[in-house]
Design a protein around this ligand. Sequence first.
Ligand code: FES
Length: 105
Amino acid sequence: MSPRWVAVAQVQEVHAQSGLVVEAEGEFIAIYRVDDSFYAVEDRCSHDGGSLEGGHTIGDQVVCPRHGARFCLRTGAATKAPAYAPITVYPIKREQDQLWVDLNR
Ligand code: FES
């Protein structure tokens, strides 16, 4: 399947500690910044379906703000209970100050 890149945010909109949730063609996507790298994951915790909005990062992991599960931003793997199932990771790219996500991941 060929990529379907969609413009989702400007770099300066993604706060280092809490990320940004955007809607792109009906999909809710949480974007995080770790140092100079950006990551995009589905905005739905695999524990209880909660939004990851406002979740802070620890290294390359995001912490669900509801019950504290953690997910690797690189792979989507659940790394701390109470979540055990992975979440979807989207390819993300930066062109100058524009961030793009591939919805055909
Ligand atoms: S909804 Fe995320 S840890 Fe419970």
